[in-house]
Write a protein that binds this ligand. Structure first.
Ligand SMILES: [Zn+2]
Length: 74
């Protein structure tokens, strides 16, 4: 789990993924960190989302594992 600054909601988050954005006409693509709630909708939005989907898969798995663990202890 990587706590860090989410560039989308502009605040700290418990777990962030590096999302690389390749925008046409703006030179080289840039990277920014997004937390899971912010990253999830991006998966559906971007046409060039292969890298982003891969980046989001890691925290998505950790969130699912954490939720499963929590359910066991409930
Ligand atoms: Zn966020």
């Amino acid at each position: 789990m990587t706590a860090g600054y989410c560039a989308w909601h502009q605040g700290m988050a418990d777990d962030v993924a590096l999302i690389v954005v390749h925008e046409q006409g703006s030179g080289a693509g840039g990277g920014a960190y997004a937390c899971l709630p912010c990253a999830r909708p991006l998966v559906d939005q971007w046409s060039t989302s292969a890298d982003a989907v891969e980046a989001i898969a890691a925290p998505e798995k950790r969130a699912a594992a954490a939720a499963a663990l929590e359910a066991r202890h409930a």
